[in-house]
Ligand binder design. Structure first.
Ligand SMILES: Cc1cc2nc3c(=O)[nH]c(=O)nc-3n(C[C@H](O)[C@H](O)[C@H](O)COP(=O)(O)OP(=O)(O)OC[C@H]3O[C@@H](n4cnc5c(N)ncnc54)[C@H](O)[C@@H]3O)c2cc1C
Length: 573
């Protein structure tokens, strides 16, 4: 059997290596247009920032390793330029010599990835404007940063003064995870960084009130975040810098511009071969990674797959799914019955020591689908036992089905322990877990790692309390009428309070029940929701109509993202 794989990085390389492990007899050719196979594009921003100092550290396995260890005929600088599915042949172009050869195949795997979006804006090709996808892209950025601009170049011949003005200002266009990672790394390289994002939030997959925390965090670490603005053109200035002119009329001068505008599935060859393209613009595949042509498989960023939670077609440009799909394609080619379960978009980003991670469906996505059978909770547990030094709060939002408690999605932000909570929740979502399963999950615990009630258990307990009717909740964004009762201590209210709130500290509540109305709903708040929960239970048993405002004052800060217009709240950093 002769198998040709197009694309030699995440999906392609894992397919080639797996196939060899399953079939010693197969003839495997892996072609890669670029100069390297199997490199770590996820590490590129950190190479630019200097965290990964050597380019060679990004090269996971070389062409030679594929040839020697896996007997894979790996060919770099080799581009597949045409496919004929009827004749089962394809044309390959050697990019060094220009020579075109034709190869036949029994099975073909496409893993061409998704190139960065580069809109046709005036000035987009000016020197100093980069995107980050490949090792050569990162090399070019590093060289640009290190060389300085050509400002006043030549003057040194006359004056002897330093004539190369150092580069100090960077503009990152696009607030997705690559844009944010580049922003952080440019700050580490002492740049003043401005991030311009067209939407009203960064990190589009998470919900805006969670993204709002990320934006505040970025600002606190020196990134100027400009939302709801869009680049109109790039202009060269006399000093050799670039002016980024936006639709709102603002101008941002920069010495370097990095584009992080997202990616688009590379479907050029697939279209040429007449393969079915899906509604989201990716190559349509089934759960065995087969395209509409039975002997052609496709994997990775170029394909469109089913979202495991929503059941909708989705494009997910992430390394995990690409690697798993490459492996599944190899399994199926080798005659095994492997199937891709779908994606849930589980992702994570580290920023200035903080972490944002998410999995499954967010509220925005569910609302867009018109789904109303879900509830959300906000909670702020410590990353580990509060009495052990170094515990940090985690801001969590968890979404679940109202009808059966099925876990739908989770988003978490914090400076410690975010990754393991979202990873645990992601695995549970894939197993179809309910919030009741979270209550019962047995997770590892010692004080420096977690709590006897881990944040994952805690999320399950809170959500299950809601579903069992033990703790009715309300949200700042949808509260209608009633009385707001704050059960914090007066000293806490002195720092921050909601105007007009009734304050009865939790410790006095039993003795002061007669101050509360029995004919209105009481919405109880505290700092994060814990004391309000105790108060809710107490008041419910005393016959009051009561709800705990999920997440308390902490979620109000986030809710201010929505509420600022309605109730005149300041948007808080
Ligand atoms: C800067 C950056 C940071 C990232 N960070 C993360 C992260 O932290 N976590 C995460 O999960 N994901 C991350 N990703 C995404 C992840 O790298 C991709 O999802 C993954 O690499 C996709 O694998 P793929 O095989 O589909 O495509 P790629 O890895 O992009 O490989 C496709 C290859 O195919 C080659 N090719 C295309 N057409 C042809 C042709 N006709 N002939 C020959 N070769 C061809 C291309 O040159 C390319 O090298 C990051 C991506 C980038 C760019």
């Amino acid at each position: 059997m002769k198998v040709i794989i197009i694309g030699g990085v995440a999906g392609g390389a894992s397919c080639a290596a797996r196939l060899r492990r399953l079939d010693e007899a197969a003839e495997i050719i892996m072609v890669e247009r670029g100069p390297y196979v199997s490199y770590a594009n996820c590490g590129l921003p950190y190479h630019v920032g200097g965290v990964i100092p050597e380019e060679a550290q990004l090269l996971v396995a070389s062409e030679a390793v594929f040839r020697e260890q896996f007997a894979v005929d790996a060919r770099t600088s080799c581009e597949a330029i045409a496919i004929s599915p009827q004749r089962k042949i394809l044309d390959l172009k050697n990019l060094k010599t220009g020579k075109i050869t034709t190869e036949s195949y029994d099975k073909l795997v496409l893993s061409p990835g998704a190139p960065s979006i580069r809109p046709e804006l005036p000035g987009i090709d000016l020197p100093g404007i980069f995107h980050v996808r490949t090792v050569p892209d990162a090399r070019q950025i590093r060289e640009w940063l290190e060389k300085g601009t050509q400002f006043l170049s030549g003057m040194d011949r006359y004056s002897g003064f330093q004539t190369i003005r150092p580069k100090t200002r960077a503009v990152v266009v696009g607030g997705g995870f690559i844009g944010l990672e580049m922003a952080e790394n440019l700050v580490h390289r002492d740049f003043e960084v401005t991030l311009i994002e067209r939407g009203d939030q960064v990190l589009n997959p998470i919900d805006p009130e969670m993204a709002h925390i990320v934006e505040g965090y970025l600002e606190r670490h020196g990134v100027r975040v400009e939302l709801e603005d869009e680049v109109a053109e790039f202009k060269q200035t006399e000093s050799g810098a670039i002016d980024i002119v936006t639709r709102s009329g603002s101008t941002y001068p920069a010495d370097i511009v990095v584009l992080g505008l997202g990616v688009r599935p590379d479907t050029a060859l697939a279209k040429m071969a007449g393969l079915e393209i899906g509604e989201r613009g990716g190559i349509r595949v089934d759960d065995r990674m087969r395209t509409s042509e039975p002997d052609i498989f496709a994997v990775g960023d170029a394909v469109e797959v089913k979202d495991f939670v929503t059941g909708q077609w989705s494009l997910v440009a992430l390394a995990g799914p690409a690697n798993r799909q490459g492996r599944i394609a190899a399994d199926v080619i080798a005659g095994r019955d492997s199937r891709f379960r779908g994606t849930q978009g589980t992702a994570i980003i580290g920023l200035f020591g903080g972490t944002a991670a998410w999995t499954g469906a967010g509220e925005k996505a569910l609302a867009r689908m018109g789904d109303q059978d879900f509830e959300k909770i906000y909670l702020y547990p410590n990353s580990h036992a509060g009495y052990y030094p170094g515990a940090k709060p985690i801001a969590m939002k968890v979404l679940f089905r109202k009808s059966d408690g099925r876990l739908l999605g989770a988003q978490a932000l914090g400076e410690d322990g975010v990754d393991k909570r979202i990873s645990a929740l992601a695995a549970l979502i894939q197993m179809g877990a309910t919030v009741y399963d979270l209550e019962e999950s047995e997770l590892c615990y010692a004080p420096q790692f977690g709590s006897a009630k881990d944040p994952v258990n805690f999320a399950g307990m809170v959500a299950a309390d809601v579903l069992r009717g033990d703790m009715p909740i309300s949200h700042w964004t949808s509260m209608e009428g009633g009385v707001l009762l704050d059960v914090r201590e007066p000293i806490e209210l002195a720092v921050e309070q909601v105007p007009g709130v009734l304050n009865i500290p939790l410790g006095q509540l039993r003795a002061r029940l007669d101050e509360l109305p029995r004919d209105q709903e009481i919405h109880v708040i505290c700092r994060s929701g814990q004391r309000a929960y105790y108060a809710t239970r107490l008041l419910m048993q005393a016959g009051f109509k009561v709800r705990n405002v999920s997440g308390g004052m902490l979620s109000r800060t986030q809710a201010s993202f929505f509420l600022q217009d309605e109730i005149g709240m300041e948007r808080q950093p």
